[in-house]
Design a binder for this molecule. Structure first.
Ligand code: ACO
Length: 359
């Protein structure tokens, strides 16, 4: 068995307590890499590679092959995380954060748990759009602290290509598909990978800013077949941008304060990969130096719930990952409106990458 990594110089933090500890990270990205010019050609969009890169930081993204579901990506990422941590107690819960479940009913998580061979473990979907992974982390941390279970498989998976209108230049260039999973177990708050403090919130008055209009009980699908606008994801970019900067900055500050850290202590900042300008604005307002900011938006675009854990996995792979135990700040913002943040010690794990699903 590999000896545990040497204890890192601990940044100031709360007294040692039981909490969630990141034990393994697994990822699954579909193979097809789709560049900006391809997205533009696909939808005949009135935009340019230059506009997309300069306004968002996105250069390319992955598209799941037709027939690949969110559940397929979730199973692959979940299996990769489980395989990376033999000996961890079998998950006592499977949580799936997603905006794009395989079906409106039932939830996708029980099927994911079944396909992973996890028997009759409880499993449920969590819907908080781009804040989904961090909402899941807050939930899992609370359950592990309360000893409801000994470990949790938290998966975040999306196939936004199934809800994006390829002809809508406001959204089509932004999103991509992918999945990431973290295996969490109960442990001490002084360990690498330990979650220290969390913050979460919502503001339903902005619910129309990021939405799929129909398909729910308020507005069942109209027409047969459904109208083109009914079931596509729409976003009012400009107001969402302003909310995202304001909410992520405030939430991150709350989590830092609860930990007893200053922005100066942070050695790894990862925000929701929606827009590089938003990420820079949040990090600048918090006062986090550019050297400590990590992200992969250029390569995967906005993968919604999967965005933060995929960026975490990319940073763990390096080059130049933070040292094990380093002060880490995660923050996200999404439709709902929702937002959440967490502080943790940088995990001492290597992400396990699942093979891309076949078409
Ligand atoms: N190509 C060219 N021009 C465009 C494009 C495009 N793809 N999209 C918008 N424009 C135009 C607009 O029409 C507008 O033109 P006008 O000035 O003549 O009216 C101009 O560019 C500026 O529009 P803005 O909307 O102000 O553009 P902005 O710089 O804000 O960028 C973007 C748009 C990228 C969508 C940005 O607003 C953004 O990133 N918003 C937030 C995204 C976010 O945080 N998402 C997280 C939540 S999403 C979720 O939960 C799944």
């Amino acid at each position: 068995m590999t000896p545990p990594p040497a204890a890192p110089p601990a940044p100031p933090g709360p007294a040692t307590c039981r909490t969630a500890v990141v034990r393994a990270v697994g990822t699954c990205l579909p193979a097809p890499v789709v560049g900006n010019d391809e997205v533009i050609a696909l939808g005949g969009l009135d935009t340019s590679h230059e506009w997309i890169t300069s306004r968002t930081g996105i250069h390319r993204r992955r598209y799941a092959p037709p027939g690949t579901s969110t559940g397929d990506l979730a199973v692959a990422a979940g299996r990769a995380a489980l395989d990376a941590a033999p000996g961890t107690p079998r998950p006592g819960l499977v949580l799936l954060a997603t905006t794009t479940p395989d079906r409106p009913c039932p939830a996708t998580a029980p099927d994911v748990a079944h396909r992973l061979g996890l028997g009759t473990v409880p499993a449920f979907d969590l819907s908080a759009v781009c804040s989904g992974f961090l909402y899941g982390l807050v939930t899992a941390t609370a359950l592990l602290r309360a000893d409801v279970c000994r470990s949790v498989l938290l998966v975040a998976a999306e196939t936004y290509t199934t809800i994006i209108d390829p002809y809508d230049r406001d959204t089509a260039p932004l999103f991509g598909d992918g999945a990431a999973a973290v295996l969490l177990r109960g442990g001490g708050s002084d360990e690498p990978g330990a979650v220290l403090a969390t913050d979460w919130g919502s503001d339903g008055s902005g619910g129309d800013l990021v939405a799929i209009a129909a398909g729910g009980s308020r507005a069942p699908r109209s027409g047969s077949p459904p109208g083109r606008d009914d079931t596509y994801f729409r976003m009012r970019g400009r107001p969402v941008y302003a909310h995202a900067v304001r909410r992520m900055t405030a939430s991150a500050r709350t989590a830092l304060d609860a930990t007893g850290w200053k922005a100066d202590d942070v050695r790894a900042f990862i925000g929701h990969q929606a827009n590089q300008r938003i990420l820079d604005a949040v990090a600048d307002r918090l006062g986090i130096a550019p050297a400590h900011r990590y992200g992969n938006i250029a390569d995967v675009g906005n993968t919604a719930a999967a965005s933060v854990p995929l960026a975490l996995a990319a940073a763990l792979e390096g080059p130049g990952p933070p040292t094990s135990g380093a002060a880490t700040l995660l923050t996200a913002f999404g439709g709902g409106l929702t937002w959440a943040s967490a502080t943790l010690r940088w995990p001492a794990v290597r992400p396990n990458t699942a093979p891309a699903p076949r078409a």
